[in-house]
Design a protein around this ligand. Structure first.
Ligand SMILES: Nc1ncnc2c1ncn2[C@@H]1O[C@H](COP(=O)(O)OP(=O)(O)OP(=O)(O)O)[C@@H](O)[C@H]1O
Ligand SMILES: [Mg+2]
Length: 508
């Protein structure tokens, strides 16, 4: 038997963490109703369920951010107190959050070493801190500049730094709530390798993802929750995709097939768009009733392009035209006026109005539609909200609940619903199904297809190959700020997209 650094024995299958009969309500709304969960050493354990099933709530209870109303959490068979993040941390639990939690004005070194400046023998020297941070960073994201500040990191880098922090703290239980949503395929592969390494050292990992391919690739077993209830736990080798989906949503999810569309006249033109160090000479046209996908890897400049077109970011030169008329740059208001809608990638940060209700968030960009003689009609706001909420199956206690009380995926559906309700002429969607569950993903795909059929021009940014194959009429691939490939429908394949995205020959 090999005894590892963490003091655990490989292959022992020791129970690291148990959550027994956990109940949790938020102001009367049931989030968890008697769920169980057990994590063993050396396993990656998927926690699965549709949006709002209670995954993040359990994770927050385990990591000490929420108290449960009933039940107990045991680490190595010892009960840990509720609502005490320090106690959870001390017990060896480290949590990587859905949105990274770095301190913006601290360097990578300080972010990794947060809380470890005081060592057993006094203050750790700056040199020592740097050495430890470098060690951890090298295991996750080698080559990252240690002097960058938290706010200078991409979401992907930020999350990797959070993982490095957990490694440097020698966590024994690692909780990852949707860690792969902002990572490129290569970064995901690197993360999975790190996870395999941790597993072999006896560390237990709780892993949440809405991508079943990832579950089958990295997880040893799964536990499924549905509507806050425990459905079951099973070894991955005894499961297939359909069984898992049925456990999660209790029905089958319709399988969509690519539709043939007949795009109409040109509506959006982008001409020679340049932004120093970000975008180089981007030109393309988008037609009515067409879905144009922008493929590429995280960091290729796709989000920046979308932000420049919509006017949230400035550009140096070039033009964006609607119906051959240039639209003023740097003005989202002007963009909305000419009929452009934009669902941003970072929906929690940029898409949501944090202090407003679900209803207000649904109708935020619709003011002209819901205003009658200058008054905002709450009834029509409610109608629109209820309609979108039903279409996207948003799970919310009520339309009057604060948006921040919704689960991650449900809040994202609200931002998407807001723009779908407005029916813009051009809709830019940046990773629209990131973080939404399998059922809602299919629904969003269906709606995007329907809207294109009704004449809407859709600019779709996605890193998900099945989404590219299902929805695209044409694909532009970006690499390092420029368009590296243009593919029409018959040329689109995983190989062609990947080879333009990475400049590498793809051999199968
Ligand atoms: N702070 C809160 N106040 C009120 N209700 C909350 C709060 N946090 C979560 N909820 C509710 O608890 C339920 C479970 O939410 P949770 O965030 O755990 O879901 P999830 O499984 O993580 O979903 P997702 O896949 O969308 O991230 C949801 O109905 C949500 O609205
Ligand atoms: Mg969640």
């Amino acid at each position: 038997m090999i005894v590892t650094d963490s003091g655990l024995k490989r292959g022992d299958n020791v129970s690291l963490l148990k959550a027994n009969n956990i109940h949790k309500r938020f102001q009367g709304v049931v989030a968890l109703e008697g769920v169980n969960f057990e994590l063993k050493s050396g396993e990656v354990h998927a926690l699965l369920g549709a949006n709002g099933a209670g995954k993040s709530t359990l994770i927050k209870i385990v990591s000490g951010y929420h108290a449960a109303d009933e039940g107990e959490i045991l680490v190595n068979e010892v009960k840990i107190p509720f609502n005490d993040p320090k106690a959870s941390h001390k017990a060896g639990i480290a949590t990587i959050h859905q949105e990274h939690n770095l301190i913006p004005h601290m360097s990578v070194v300080d972010n990794v070493m947060l809380g470890q400046w005081i060592g057993r023998y006094g203050v750790v020297s700056e040199e020592e801190c740097r050495k430890k941070a470098l060690n951890a960073i090298n295991r996750v994201v080698p080559g990252l500049d240690l002097d960058l500040y938290g706010h200078q990191l991409t979401p992907a880098e930020g999350q990797l730094v959070e993982i490095a922090r957990a490694l440097s703290e020698e966590a024994k239980i690692l909780i990852m709530d949707e860690p792969t949503t902002s990572l490129s395929p290569r970064e995901i592969e690197r993360l999975f390798n790190v996870m395999r390494d941790l597993k072999s050292q006896g560390i237990g990992i709780i892993f949440v993802s809405h991508w079943l391919e990832e579950i089958f690739e990295i997880c040893d077993c799964v536990t499924v929750f549905r509507d806050g209830r425990y459905v079951g736990s099973e070894d991955i080798k005894n499961l297939d995709e359909n069984t898992i989906i049925r456990m999660m949503v209790n029905t089958d999810v319709p399988e969509l097939s690519p539709q043939k569309r007949n795009p109409g006249k040109e509506i959006l033109k982008v001409r020679n768009l340049c932004k120093d160090g970000v975008l180089q000479n981007i030109s393309f046209d988008l037609h009515e009733g067409e879905i144009l996908t922008i493929g590429g890897l995280v960091g290729a400049g796709r989000t920046e392009l979308a932000r420049c077109i919509f006017g949230v970011d400035d550009y140096d030169s070039g033009e964006v035209l609607i119906d051959n008329i240039p639209i003023p740059k740097n003005s989202p208001r002007a963009a909305v006026k000419v009929g452009i809608g934009f669902v941003p990638e970072d929906r929690k940060g940029q898409g949501l109005a944090r202090n407003l209700t679900v209803r207000e968030n649904f109708t935020l960009s619709l003011l002209d539609k819901v205003t009658h003689l200058g008054f905002i009609s709450k009834t029509s706001e409610l109608d629109i909200s209820n309609e979108q909420s039903a279409a996207l199956k948003v799970k919310a206690p009520s339309m009057e609940a604060n948006i921040m009380t919704l689960s991650g995926g449900n809040a994202q559906k609200v931002v998407i619903g807001r723009w779908l309700a407005r029916k813009p002429r051009v809709l830019i969607l940046d990773e629209p199904t990131k973080g939404v569950d399998v059922g809602a993903k299919a629904e969003i795909h269906r709606l995007i297809g329907e809207f294109a059929e009704s004449g809407m021009a859709v600019l779709l940014i996605t890193s998900e190959m099945p989404e590219v194959l299902l929805l695209s009429d044409r694909v532009l691939v970006m690499r390092e700020g420029r368009i590296s490939g243009k593919l029409n429908r018959s040329e689109v394949s995983p190989e062609s997209v990947i080879s333009f995205a990475t400049a590498e020959e793809v051999v199968y």
